[in-house]
Design a binder for this molecule. Structure first.
Ligand code: TXA
Ligand code: MG
Length: 344
């Protein structure tokens, strides 16, 4: 067990510059530093070093065949990691980067092979967060970073979530407060003529379609024989400590469920929009916000919120699969998947 250093970023630029320099020096020494991005907190390591990247897998308990995203600060740095970039990617970069979108492109072998898990492609994104960008620039190299949670758990949207999962296992955490979007980036396969969305996220299919005309959506659960396009989609993900059930947003239906559970001596934690949570009578309720972007921002915090309370199960309302709602429902459905065991 090592001591994890925690830096709180202030508004004072000079003080922050010193903190970033210190954190970048740790990255360059092969250590792990968690940092905020506009989506969720990332767990960063030197993307050029297999040894450093291996530490990410150990700290998270991440399956070895699940590749990582290389985070870069500029388009130029992105180009330095790939063999070629189709014209539609230039358009996507122009419109959405820096931002919550990740491009899967043919790797030129610059990133350590542990980053790509041996694939011929590499996933790259330019995060839209001053701390993330400053850290990448100060370290002078791409930073490999998955979400900074224990594998299988909800992604961290606050430094306290990272501490909960990884304290003592990583060198440092840059605390930049709550992240803005709360959902991970959209992962887009850019190795053919048409972009294919492998994981829905902060940039929606409609937004991508408006820029490039056509976009395909990969089937999340591909057939057993076929290797999933995005290796990460086959693993248990985003799960709270107790079972999660999704329910349509009906007051009567949900109230009945809560009352029945209570009659059986069980305590239900309820995750619902502000409006619905005001109408439900339950012992533990977490109000997620009043629109889809607030709900996206708060959903992982909500899923973690009951972990220190005596809650036997969690119920959450379903949301419309439109805009960022597609990403929210993708994560909730994965989190609610039964028949798999908890990852630690
Ligand atoms: O917003 C985000 O994307 C956050 C922040 C920290 O940047 N990162 C994140 O990383 O969500 P992670 O490791 O939790 O998810 C990365 C996803 C996984 O589903 C992985 O399988 C996929 O990207 N991926 C990575 N490299 C890939 C590749 N070469 N081909 C296909 N999928 C890839
Ligand atoms: Mg993740």
């Amino acid at each position: 067990m090592k001591k994890t250093k925690q830096w709180t970023l202030a508004t004072d630029k000079k003080a922050n510059d010193e903190i970033i320099e210190e954190a970048a020096a740790m990255i360059n020494a092969g250590e792990l530093v968690a940092f905020p991005t506009e989506t969720v907190y990332g767990l960063g390591a030197d993307a050029l070093s297999d040894e450093a990247v291996e530490r990410i897998f150990q700290a998270k308990g991440r399956p070895q065949d699940n590749p990582l995203i290389a985070h870069v600060a500029t388009q130029e740095q992105l180009l330095s990691l790939v063999t070629s970039v189709p014209p539609f990617v230039e358009q996507l970069i122009y419109h959405f980067s820096p931002g919550p979108i990740t491009y899967v492109l043919p790797s030129n072998g610059t990133c350590a092979s542990r980053v790509t898990a041996g694939l011929s492609t590499v996933a790259i994104r330019i995060p839209d967060h001053p701390v993330a960008l400053a850290l990448i620039k100060a370290s002078g190299r791409p930073i490999a970073a998955p979400s900074a949670n224990t594998s299988g758990k909800p992604s961290p949207t606050e430094a306290s979530h990272v501490i909960e999962d990884l304290s003592g296992k990583i060198a440092g955490i840059l605390d930049g407060g709550q992240t803005g979007i709360g959902m991970e980036s959209t992962v887009v396969d850019c190795t053919s003529n048409v972009p294919i969305i492998l994981r829905p996220g902060g940039v929606t299919a409609d937004e991508i379609r408006k820029v490039v005309g056509e976009v395909k959506i990969a089937n999340a659960q591909s057939t057993e024989e076929k290797k999933p396009l995005s290796p990460g989609v086959k693993y248990r993900h985003y799960s709270p400590d107790v079972p999660l059930t999704l329910m349509r947003p009906s007051v009567t239906h949900m109230q009945q469920y809560i009352d029945d559970a209570q009659a059986n001596g069980k305590i239900v934690g309820v995750l619902a929009s502000d409006a619905l949570s005001r109408q439900l009578i339950a012992r533990k309720t977490f109000a997620l916000g009043s629109d889809l972007s607030q709900i996206a921002k708060n959903i992982y915090r909500g899923l973690r919120s009951f972990s220190h309370e005596e809650v036997d199960e969690i119920i959450c309302e379903t949301f419309p699969k439109e805009g960022i709602g597609i990403a929210i429902m993708n994560r909730l459905e994965r989190a609610a998947e039964k028949n798999s065991t908890n990852n630690k």
